[in-house]
Structure formats: C-alpha cells, structure tokens
Write a protein that binds this ligand. Structure first.
Ligand SMILES: [Fe+2]
Length: 365
C-alpha cells in the first residue's frame, strides 16, 4: 500500500521571548473576555496582579501539585461555571496545563469529574477554550490533547480531542527561572517525545520532520540551558524543542519509555521526565534499526549508539537516577508487568512483553 496519513494541528501558536506580555491582545484576538487563570502556586502573585489590571481574567486558581489531582480540576470547573467564564488560561508546568485542560473539558456539560475520569461520562467535544502558557520546556502539553490526571494514587493519561487547547503562548523568558534539575528532567522528556513520536508504530511524515528537529535542538541546547538558565538562546531553542517534541508525538503517541515511566513515577516517585529518561537509552538500543539510524544522521549524530551515549551522558550530568539500586527496594516483577500492560507499550516498534522488559530492567539493576 502507498503512503497514507491524516495530519491535523488545530492549536494557534504564539512563540517568542516576551510574548506573554501580549496576553491581553491575544485574548482579545481569540474573542475571550472572561477567563479563569490556572497557574503554578509560585506564579500566583504575578497572575493576580495581571487579573487586577485586566478585566479578561475573572478568577485565579493556583492550588496545583506535581501530580495534579482530579479535585483541582473539579474546583477549576466549578470556578468556570460560577464566574461564567468563556475561557481558561493555564500558566505553568505540565500539571497546571493538564488541570486547565481537564477542567475546561468538563465545565460545559457538568457532571462529576470522577465519572469522566472513570469513563462513565463521555467528554463533550464542545469545551471552554484553553490558552496554554508553558513555563517549562518539556511536556509539550501546550499543543496536545493529553491530560495526565491523578485521583488518589490512580494516575491516568487521558487522550481526548476535548483537551486540545485553542492557542499556546510559548515565551522562553518564562523558563529562565526553572532550576537546573527540572531543566534536565523536562528537556529529556521533550527528547523522549521526539524519539517516541519517531519510532511509534503510528509515526507519520509530518510529525517525523518535527521529531528530527526537536532531537537536534535538545542535543545542541539542553546542556547549555542546564548550565546557565539565563542563556536565552539555549532557553529559546529548548522551548522550541519542547513545542516540536509535543507536535511530534501528538498524533503518533509515545511508546516504550513512556509506558515504563508510569510505574517508575507511581511506585518510586520519579518525576515524569526523569522516569522517561530512565529507560530512554535502553529503548534507543532496543529499537535501533535503519529508520532510527536515519533520524540520528539527520539530527547530526553518527548513529544510534552515539544517541544512546548522549542520553546517558545528559542523565549523568544532571544527576538523574539511572539504576534501580537508587530507587530503594524494587519489585521487579511488578515493574515489568505494569510496564508491559501499559497501553503505550503497544506503540513500541519492537514488541516488548513482560519477560523482555524484565531483562531490560535487570540490565539497569
Ligand atoms: Fe512525557
């Protein structure tokens, strides 16, 4: 069969240093007059100040934690209804953007957030428009229809068109205060998105182009952004890498490394990027084939082995955990099983069953 694919990307993207200052004009352009702003706790003073000066922000919600809880999304949805808001602005890391997206998706139709989370209520396609403003360079959540949400210890990655933002404002200036460790974690998450979008079984040519450029940008800029957070050129290139990484996996979805990241985060507390990076070089070697060689060459590398080594070196540089021995007492059977049954594992180009994953993790002992 010949080449066949469907490509769509509905998010209007405003990119550039200082773009966040144009928020008022951008909201006006989008026709949004009464927005609820959802932000990271440390941003509350800045956003509250903006709300005081602009009638376009009618409420601010900032009770966001690293693994965003469903109760937060439910509270934001209630706020949207109560203030009769016509838009939501999410300003922060992935947790904040995912909370804003989930809340906006359930606000119109009403109903319990838990019923949507469990799947007994279907997300309506009609949702409150969301403007995403990422303050880290990694998750790509600003341009995807993914929301990672937790209810107690149950964590789900929900993929639904109702979560698609209307617009994204990507302002590299907002990432300058991100500490080095988070810079490394989130940067490697962006790299994982690009690589997994490329090698996902659902890969397609337009997403592939963005994957190549995202890989190249991360490898050329992540170390510089990690060493000096005020390096605006490195920060700008990492914001672009994260955006392109998001676009690279938005349609193909991620694969093995992300599948393994969920038990690593849930059971051993690894932050998302660190959890993805934990197995990323292993999967580069497992998934090594002629196609991956092509990506490496296009991204300026000698081949897959160099790619795996560069990932390992970045992890070491950033002080990330790379061995199971660093995670405390590990239940290898459960880790291999939970990774194997994660739906994203089906996208891995090399089929990985529980036994194969156990062997991979044993090599990371
Ligand atoms: Fe990710």
């Amino acid at each position: 069969m010949g080449l066949e694919f469907i490509y769509t990307q509905p998010v209007k993207i405003f990119f550039g240093a200082g773009k966040f200052e144009d928020l008022g004009a951008i909201l006006k352009e989008l026709g949004l007059r009464r927005c609820v702003a959802v932000c990271d706790p440390f941003l509350r003073p800045v956003i509250s100040d903006m709300a005081e000066r602009s009638s376009a922000i009618v409420a601010v919600y900032s009770d966001i934690r690293p693994n965003p809880q469903l109760s937060g999304a439910a509270a934001v949805a209630a706020l949207i209804r109560e203030r009769e808001a016509d838009g939501v602005i999410g300003v922060g890391g992935g947790s904040t953007l995912d909370t804003a997206k989930f809340a906006a998706a359930i606000a119109c139709k009403g109903g319990e957030a838990l019923d949507y989370f469990r799947g007994s209520l279907v997300f309506p396609l009609d949702h409150v428009p969301v403007v995403t403003v990422p303050t880290t360079a990694g998750t790509g959540s600003e341009v995807t229809q993914v929301s990672v949400m937790s209810c107690g210890s149950e964590k789900k990655t929900i993929n639904h068109p109702a979560f698609m933002p209307k617009a994204a404002i990507v302002d590299p200036l907002l990432t300058r205060s991100v500490p080095p460790r988070t810079t490394m974690n989130t940067g490697l998450d962006a790299l994982a998105h690009a690589l997994e979008g490329w090698w996902s079984r659902n890969h397609q040519p337009i997403s592939d182009l963005m994957a190549v450029e995202a890989v190249r940008l991360v490898l050329e800029n992540l170390e510089a952004a990690w060493r000096d957070g005020s390096d605006l050129e490195a920060r700008t290139n990492m914001s672009l890498a994260a955006l392109l990484g998001g676009l690279a996996f938005a349609l193909p979805k991620t694969a093995g490394s992300h599948a393994c990241s969920y038990p690593l985060s849930e059971d051993y507390g690894l932050p998302h990027g660190e959890a993805c990076a934990f197995t990323l070089d292993s999967f580069v070697r497992i998934n090594a084939d002629a196609r991956l060689e092509t990506l490496c060459k296009r991204a300026g590398l000698s081949g897959t082995e160099e790619l795996a080594e560069r990932i390992a070196a970045l992890k070491q540089l950033g002080g990330l955990r790379t061995r199971l021995a660093e995670l405390g007492e590990v239940d290898l059977d459960k880790l291999a099983h939970d990774s194997a049954v994660h739906p994203l594992m089906k996208n891995n180009p090399v089929p990985m069953d529980e036994a194969a994953l156990r062997r991979m993790f044993e090599r990371l002992a």
